[in-house]
Design a protein around this ligand. Sequence first.
Ligand code: URP
Ligand code: ZN
Ligand code: ZN
Length: 492
Amino acid sequence: MAEYDLVVRGGEVATGFGTTRCDIGIKGGRIVALAENLADGAQVLEAGGLLVLPGGIDSHCHIEEPSRGGYVGTAGDVPVTVNEESFVTASTSAFAGGTTSVVCFVPQWKGEGILPRIADYEQRAAKGMLDYSFHQIITDPTEDVLQREVPQIVAKGIRSLKVFLTYEPLHLSDEEYLKVLVTARKNGCLVTVHCENYAAIKWRTEALLAAGLTAPKYHAWSRPPVVEREATHRAIALAELVDQPIQVFHVSCAEAAEEIARAQHRGLKVWGETCPQYLTLTAADMDRPGFGGAAFMCSPSPRTTEEHARVWEMIRRGTLDVVTSDHCGFSMGGEDGKAVSGRDAPFRDIPNGIPGLAARLPILFSEGVSKGRITLDEFVRLTATNPARLMGLAPRKGMIAVGADADLALWDPKKQVTLTNALMQHAIDYTPYEGMQVTGWPVATVRRGAVVMRDGKVQAEPGTGQFLARGPYDYIRPRGVLENGFDAAPMP
Ligand code: URP
Ligand code: ZN
Ligand code: ZN
């Protein structure tokens, strides 16, 4: 019997701390050897000098997420809708783009507990091929949820609580957010935060609509950087009060990133995530004729090319140390997607979110590594190692090391590709990145030792994805932060 199930032969293996030319021996889904001239395995994947990267970890994805009221912005008794992207289609798309694990979101509906939603979501997720874990959204932090239910989900390995500081009906008041922070601290969870000021956006939205300014482009007018900066500052300040680590999601602008940098320099455990849309798309994209601008609507809003340069700088400085897709797809055609309220609907009623699961790694590689903005090591850390560590998935995930799961992306750094929706292999009928030229492309994806994508063809059995029970977030300290650099506040 062969010593290895699979040998990846002759690749430039990217560790996040330099590359080394060697073979990878895989047995039972794990990496068991990293050395030159390994004996053949039962199967051999010839890397031929291409890069071998850790499979991408996308720690912010909305997949088959049921919603009641959703992200549309309107309140009221809207029936339950389920995100178009199923775990099967999301797995196909992820593998096509070199990603092997995701962390997605279990909703909570106001007036209800979290356990029934988890039971439902577990069943959905188990049908896919990707490995997956969950963030638990908290929209109604009752005593029962916080005291009785949260410890139960932590015992299952769900170690992050997600809160929204905006969106009707999901947003929390400061008092509610504080309660979630205290509960997270007691249970050893990370808190992940959508930072925009609810009241300011509501006020501006009402004024814009009253003035007849209803087109998609006014979405950006309703939520300028200052509303993100203010909420980021407040999210950090309240987390500091409780002495609770947080990750600020989808940072779109330097103003907000600077709040994170200040907190990090003061020794707080505050991490920042950004996404390819904040490095490539602009508010002007929402000014396409008719309904076309809706394709680019996400929150925070895409900004400007000048802002992209500032966000890159915050990545280079290490302030923003995770890049996710915030994949949240709504098709442009049909009646259930972006046009759910009609193609003439005011921007307030168009679902927020864009698809980007397959595009994340190629765009970041091309705009980052190929254009010389970041190193290959930084790319590996931003897309795999850092999210794995912060999400409590390391050392099983996010790195190429003996003992880790054999999740790999065989990557051609020179391959030039024009992005099309067909290449994304997702359930959504468009990509906001249509026509973008990228240099660098995944030619094979390996998930726990199985070759699940080869030259764009995805082959994986539905139901083979595994739930990843997570440990506590890893205490990687943001750059520039000293161990024990701050005094813990006494807890109530
Ligand atoms: O517009 C966005 N980002 N939609 C997805 C939900 C969220 O806010 O992360
Ligand atoms: Zn968000
Ligand atoms: Zn999101």
